[in-house]
Ligand binder design. Structure first.
Ligand SMILES: NC(=O)C1=CN([C@@H]2O[C@H](COP(=O)(O)OP(=O)(O)OC[C@H]3O[C@@H](n4cnc5c(N)ncnc54)[C@H](OP(=O)(O)O)[C@@H]3O)[C@@H](O)[C@H]2O)C=CC1
Ligand SMILES: O=C1CO[C@H](CO)[C@@H](O)[C@@H]1O
Length: 316
């Protein structure tokens, strides 16, 4: 099993299970199947609305002796409406309660965007709080407190660009240990990955298979379909593998963590088996050459005329 090493020698399994869009009725089975088959890393978030069902599966896997808590790596994320300093710890405690855990392995600020407390999904510019009024550095101080309290073993961020990372690096006691962002062959983010490497920040690739089960309203017309790419298909055929497995294997060979989502038992197993695939330097180069700087999860839903955020400010 490939792992990413953290400062205190904790090792995060590089491969994990994504859980966004895994409905409450199906995520229980997905997590149980995954753990029984050998997954040891589950990626969660309060905003996915399914942490209670994930908690039931985790609790059963532990009580039935399928896995020990210490051998699992559980990540969750702080939603944007809880960035106020006093809201972070209570929100994390709710996630721990839902997941039936005493501690997380990794807690992330989900986006460098702040929402008013009563707003779950942004619908208008009035729902937003600007970073001048509620800076990431303030939220981060409470993340540091969570670490000190032992509620999580590691802290990090998600959807942060270089500037937002640099702000935290320059102004904080503890540097983020992880940045979880979109990454796949059509949107590799090599520059951000190098920045993270240079600053000792690990990198998790989300939407590694193209996130094709997103709601249509969040998709662009004629979005390129990674799983149908001819180069990926050709490499898959030559290795008796599937395109999904090649995409996962590429991310692992690149030294990143990768968290494909599936609720289908066959694909859950298939995705795990991608860890055993070997890609040659020439396979890797052919895939690296596919980059087209095509972001699937654009973040456009945060942007309103006269609002607090622009795409440039979010991804800077
Ligand atoms: N921090 C953040 O802001 C974000 C984090 N994430 C995290 O990353 C995870 C992964 O990203 P996500 O957006 O879910 O998209 P993925 O790229 O993982 O794609 C998921 C889709 O691929 C299908 N699929 C799974 N395995 C295969 C396979 N081997 N072959 C073909 N199709 C397959 C799934 O269907 P099925 O379930 O039927 O198998 C589903 O439709 C999320 O679930 C979440 O945990 C994602 C987006 C944003
Ligand atoms: O992780 C993610 C998926 O769900 C969220 C909202 O529903 C997204 O904003 C986010 O990027």
């Amino acid at each position: 099993m490939r792992t990413l090493k953290f400062n205190n020698n904790d090792e995060m399994p590089a491969f994990g299970l994504g859980t966004w869009k895994s409905e409450p009725g199906e995520v229980y089975n997905a997590v149980k199947t995954a753990i029984k088959e050998g997954y040891r890393h589950i990626d969660c978030a309060a905003i996915y609305g399914n942490e209670k069902e994930i908690g039931e599966a985790l609790s059963e896997c532990i009580s039935e002796g399928i896995v020990a808590r210490k051998d699992l790596w559980i990540t969750s994320k702080l939603w944007c409406n809880a960035h106020a300093k006093e809201d972070v710890i209570p929100t994390l405690k709710q996630t721990l309660h839902d997941l039936q855990l005493d501690y997380l392995d990794l807690y992330l600020i989900h986006w460098p965007v702040a929402l008013k407390k009563e707003i779950l999904f942004v619908g208008a510019k009035e729902d937003l709080i600007s970073l001048d009024d509620l800076p990431n550095a303030v939220t981060w101080e409470a993340m540091e407190d969570a670490l000190e309290l032992g509620l999580t073993k590691h802290i990090g961020v998600s959807n942060f660009g270089k500037k937002a990372l640099q702000d935290l690096i320059s102004n904080s006691k503890i540097i983020p240990e992880m940045n979880q962002v979109e990454s796949h062959p059509y949107f590799q983010q090599e520059d951000l990955l190098s920045f993270c490497r240079d600053n000792n920040i690990h990198f998790t690739a989300y939407a590694p298979l193209g996130s094709s089960d997103r709601a249509e309203k969040f998709k662009a017309e004629n979005e390129p379909k990674l799983l149908e790419d001819v180069v990926i298909a050709g490499i898959a055929k030559s290795k008796n593998a599937t395109p999904g497995q090649i995409l996962i294997s590429w991310a692992l060979h690149r030294g990143t963590s990768v968290i494909p989502k599936s609720v289908n038992p066959g694909r859950i197993v298939q995705n795990l088996e991608a860890e055993a695939i070997h890609l040659s330097d020439s396979d890797m180069k052919r895939i690296t050459d596919l980059d087209r700087n095509y972001r699937l999860l654009t973040g456009a839903h945060w942007v309103f005329e006269g609002g607090a955020y622009t795409l440039e400010s979010i991804w800077a």
